[in-house]
Design a protein around this ligand. Sequence first.
Ligand SMILES: O=C(CO)COP(=O)(O)O
Length: 240
Amino acid sequence: MLNGWKMKSNEGVSVEVVVAPSSEHLPLVMSKLGKDVHVAAQDCWVEKGGAFTGESSAEQLAGLGISYVVTGNSDRRLILKESNEVVAQKCAYALSKGLKVILCMGETLEEREAGNTMKVCEEQLQAVQAAIGQGDWENLVIVYEPVWAMGTGKVATPEEAGKVHLEIRCWLTDQISNEVGEITRIIYGGSVTAANCEELARQDHVDGFLVGEASLKPEFIDIIVNSAMVKEEEGQECYI
Ligand SMILES: O=C(CO)COP(=O)(O)O
């Protein structure tokens, strides 16, 4: 997962990157990456810490110096059955503790085939709107991660991804504000590789990527640099 590390690559392009290791590796990764690289937790608890064995609270994460937390990852929505409301509660609480939130959303194959992609995304967004109102959206990064493209090698075509990103941006503009619609980073996740990142990055509303499997391979650097170069050519920033 990248997003937040404002770096200058050897090629001279700038890109923001956040790395989201598993919780047991957070302090180690923070100490190794230095202050230019933001580190995200992969999840947090819905409210103030207490007797919730095994969960990490937003306070604990903020206390470690972590600036971002991922919420609503498809693994948690599907396997752990986290509802839209639970994800929204996590967003609201993490934001209230000063963390930036990387909010994942997207449809299953069944939902896509039924023509419900945007309905699903809107319901996920509406739950967050109900939890945080009109405030604090500037501290949210949205990840469109279609479940059917997750770790499957099936990637949304650039047009498919670009269309959903545009629709999410229109929802933000209509429901929150013009400014939020304009500034919110909407990044794509789902089988992103060095081979497909440039074409995806050419889509206007694809602002960067959430990279899973390929982030564990050397090609990760190519994804960062090549995506950033595409965005720079188009006068835009890149977030990975
Ligand atoms: O969004 C993702 C994981 O949540 C992406 O994972 P992959 O890149 O492995 O498909």
